[in-house]
Ligand binder design. Structure first.
Ligand SMILES: Cc1cc2nc3c(=O)[nH]c(=O)nc-3n(C[C@H](O)[C@H](O)[C@H](O)COP(=O)(O)O)c2cc1C
Length: 200
């Protein structure tokens, strides 16, 4: 099958060996991330996704100072070396996208459409995933590697105070990105008959 979208989706992988040599200018990466999030769909076109885009020293602060110091007292001392190395590998990249969902948008929707009130937090999570996939794939197309991380809610308060993040923004994921320093591992796929049913 040769469809451009599928070729693109094949290009997006989890890259843990990141470097700082971006193939395009930071400003272009910033614009790409913003446009990918703008174009991602959301329930009722509510556009609940928000992002803080960290480059260079700011991204290093996230991983080497904030996340490391929060995890240090929580991770058993004998396990910290591997945590330390993992956080350093994220800091080795060129930047990190922090993905948020604005809880005020969800509250407004719940007031406006009480019939769907229970669904809006779920729709918000779906929208977050779509925004993350859009950014991850757009970066991959630009030759930039990334991985998806989840250190919320541990790091939320410190991140919010460091970069003045609005209180209504809820941190959902972190995407450290940078140059691809290693080839990707082989990816395995489960059998189609477990996953799919086509009916006519
Ligand atoms: C919802 C979601 C959560 C994930 N959480 C993490 C995570 O916390 N840490 C991590 O290293 N990878 C995480 N991943 C990456 C997956 O492990 C990875 O996408 C999967 O193994 C397939 O590999 P690929 O990304 O190379 O296609 C997550 C992926 C998704 C979609």
């Amino acid at each position: 099958m040769s469809h451009n979208a599928l070729t693109l989706f094949t290009t997006r992988r989890s890259q843990y060996a990141l470097g700082k040599n971006l193939p395009i200018a930071e400003a272009e990466v910033d614009a790409l991330i913003r446009q990918a999030i703008r174009l991602a769909p959301s329930s009722f076109n509510s556009q609940s996704s928000r992002a803080v885009i960290l480059f260079g020293a700011a991204s290093e602060t996230l991983w080497k100072s904030i996340t490391k110091e929060i995890l240090r007292p929580l991770v058993p001392a004998e396990a910290f070396a591997s945590t330390d190395a993992k956080l350093d590998s994220f800091a080795a990249g060129a930047g990190t996208v922090l993905f948020y969902e604005d809880q005020d948008v969800i509250k407004d929707l719940q007031q406006k459409y009480p019939l769907y009130a229970d669904n809006f937090p779920i729709f918000s999570e779906h929208s977050a995933g779509m925004a993350q996939f859009a950014v991850w794939t757009a970066l991959a197309e630009a030759g930039i590697g990334a991985s998806l991380q989840h250190y919320a809610p541990l790091i939320d308060a410190k991140v919010a105070s460091t970069w003045d993040v609005p209180a209504s923004w809820k941190l959902r994921a972190q995407l450290p990105f940078g140059s691809n320093q290693k080839p990707f591992n082989e990816k395995s796929f489960i059998a189609d008959d477990i996953r799919f049913k086509t009916v006519r």
